[in-house]
Design a protein around this ligand. Sequence first.
Ligand code: AMP
Length: 192
Amino acid sequence: MMCILFGPPGSGKGTQAELITRELDVPHVSTGELLRAEAAAGTPLGREVAPLLAAGELVPDAVVERLVQVRLEAPDAAAGAILDGYPRTAPQARNLSSFLSGTGRRVDVVLVLDVDEQGLIERLSRRAAEQHRADDNPTSIAERMAEYRQLSEPVLDFYRLEGVQILEVDGSGDVGAVHTRIVQALKSAEHP
Ligand code: AMP
């Protein structure tokens, strides 16, 4: 199952991806985590992307595409993955589809987590206090929200045109309740 977990910053993608990954037995691939790991390790790539991450600005498509392709070529991703934070732009979505079709795979489902703006701000403020992420500050949060509003629809339009199943799930409430809704939505999805 190649599943894209889609939703605005603070919608709980990372937390929910971790829970689904155990059930589906496919890895959780988060481009944000891959990029933060590069930045923390101080690699040349990490040094290049660190200022973009801190400002909440998007890293160039070619950089994330390369990271994802390397990750999806690993044996543990042969049967699928839960993609979190990728694709974020229509060109990234097109690139992913052509990469996957070259390896005999495809995106099976896009799961969209819906959370209202007030709920997102509350979650991001909580995460800022707990995790101290460089981009959980008011300016970077505003930048990431604006980016999501501007770029998310073209990504979803791309998948609608491709005929990929798009499942909308209410992402409000506690972690367990959202997880239950996701599991139900995935069960009701047509199986690849
Ligand atoms: P996230 O953990 O998904 O919120 O991502 C954190 C940051 O990593 C984003 O604000 C971007 O700077 C960068 N990033 C993550 N995924 C992507 C992507 N698909 N395209 C471009 N930049 C990304």
